[in-house]
Design a protein around this ligand. Structure first.
Ligand SMILES: Cc1cc2nc3c(=O)[nH]c(=O)nc-3n(C[C@H](O)[C@H](O)[C@H](O)COP(=O)(O)OP(=O)(O)OC[C@H]3O[C@@H](n4cnc5c(N)ncnc54)[C@H](O)[C@@H]3O)c2cc1C
Length: 371
């Protein structure tokens, strides 16, 4: 039976980068991936500007991406705000190429599906459709619907967004990231050029999603791919014994904009640090992983959740206040040290606002016991 220190299920951004981060600490791992080389995940591939500060050193460079300096917001089809920045505030990648790049240099078995596991006091026995492995720890990096989370009983029902994306021929060479609001409730649409296509898409909370939402943004006929996204919620359990979840398998997805790539990678970085500390101390526990997440990603997500409860349902009320160039500038610059949008600082700024519309929105949030 093959033996590994850490067995990682899933070779998406979470699993692939976890293997790199562990490698930086000389911790050996195996990634089991049911897909093939250049697997194409349904995704727009939008990345925040802080992405380069968290990528593992071994995969930081030499991959292709598009950059955006121009930010445009449309409300019910009309341009309501736009801002151009000196430096890119976001990037776009093709997921098949990006994921393949992240998998360079790690030990990964493709076309192999995780099936089950057994835990005993000495370790974990992992069964796939091709093999049986022995490991010290089992990591579920297997995305939404994670089999690891289902079999371990860690899965919890979270809010689900359904999103669709289509890649259409580029109509221009504009380096802008366009966001579309108000065309349908509790969601948003996007359009941006990347590589030699335009990514057009839309997503909404499951109850409000209808197939074809992206046609409201651009009705060029082409294949539309649809996929669910599992949003973060306050009380998600991420570990049990020798099993731990990372990335979207643990619903570590931004509850404001449903973006998950950055957080999948960031959570892997934190998990690798925790595993290193625990191996040094000779213990099996992931309390330190949860502490690290609570101080960083989850601290931001608490505010992202509050802001999304006001922003999407109250857009008609807040439109006059939020669709202003200086707000876009503030949002693009309100980034913490890792370069990611700081929802906490956006919330603090809004709480101090003198605008009557914001005061009403805050009052409603208080009535609903959201703040
Ligand atoms: C339409 C759409 C647009 C999106 N746009 C963006 C965006 O612009 N920016 C952004 O940040 N996020 C976006 N997201 C979300 C983003 O795609 C995910 O949050 C991100 O891919 C999560 O990464 P992950 O590594 O945790 O999981 P995944 O990327 O889902 O990777 C999981 C991996 O596990 C493998 N796997 C699953 N089960 C098994 C098994 N049993 N055995 C072996 N392998 C298994 C899968 O094949 C897969 O490779 C979008 C999502 C959708 C649906």
């Amino acid at each position: 039976m093959e033996k590994h220190d850490v067995i990682i299920i899933g070779g998406g951004p979470a699993g692939a980068t976890l293997a790199h981060f562990l490698g930086e600490y000389n911790i050996e791992s195996l990634v089991i991936e049911k897909g093939h080389h250049f697997r194409d995940k349904v995704c727009a591939g939008g990345l925040p500007k802080g992405i380069f500060s968290i990528l593992p050193v071994s995969v930081k460079d030499n991959f292709s991406y598009s950059s955006y300096k121009l930010f445009k917001v449309f409300y019910k089809g009309k341009l309501v705000a736009s801002e151009i920045f000196d430096k890119p505030f976001a990037y776009g990648v093709m997921r098949d190429q990006f994921d393949e790049h992240l998998r360079q240099g790690i030990t990964i078995h493709y076309n192999e599906k995780f099936v089950s596991y057994e835990e005993n006091k000495n370790g974990i026995v992992v069964k796939t459709d091709k093999n049986i492995y022995k490991g010290k720890l089992l990591v579920g990096a297997d995305g939404i619907g994670s089999m690891v989370s289902v079999l371990s009983g860690l899965n919890k029902k979270t809010k689900i967004v359904i999103a669709e994306e289509k890649e259409i021929p580029k109509k221009d060479h504009e380096e802008s990231l366009n966001v579309f609001l108000g065309d349908f409730p509790l969601g948003y649409g996007w359009k941006f050029n990347k590589d030699n296509v335009s990514s057009v898409g839309a997503g909404a909370l499951k109850k409000h999603y209808k197939k074809g939402l992206s046609n409201l943004i651009d009705n060029t006929y082409t294949l539309v791919k649809t996929y669910p996204i599992s949003l973060w919620d306050r009380d998600i359990s991420l570990f049990k014994g020798r099993i731990v979840l990372v990335g979207e398998a643990g619903s570590i997805v931004d509850p404001f904009n449903a973006a998950g790539i950055y957080h999948s990678i960031y959570s892997s970085k934190l998990l690798a640090e925790s595993i290193k500390e625990n191996f040094e101390r000779g213990i099996i526990s992931f309390e330190n992983y949860i502490e690290k997440l609570s101080e960083t990603i989850f601290e931001e997500f608490k505010y992202a959740l509050i802001l999304s409860s006001a922003f999407y349902p109250m857009l008609p009320l807040l439109g006059n206040v939020v669709f202003k160039p200086h707000i876009l500038e503030f949002i693009a610059n309100a980034q913490n040290e890792s370069g990611y949008l700081s929802y906490k600082s956006v919330f603090e700024r809004f709480s101090k606002s003198k605008h009557i519309e914001v005061k009403i929105a805050l009052f409603i949030l208080k009535l609903l016991k959201i703040v």
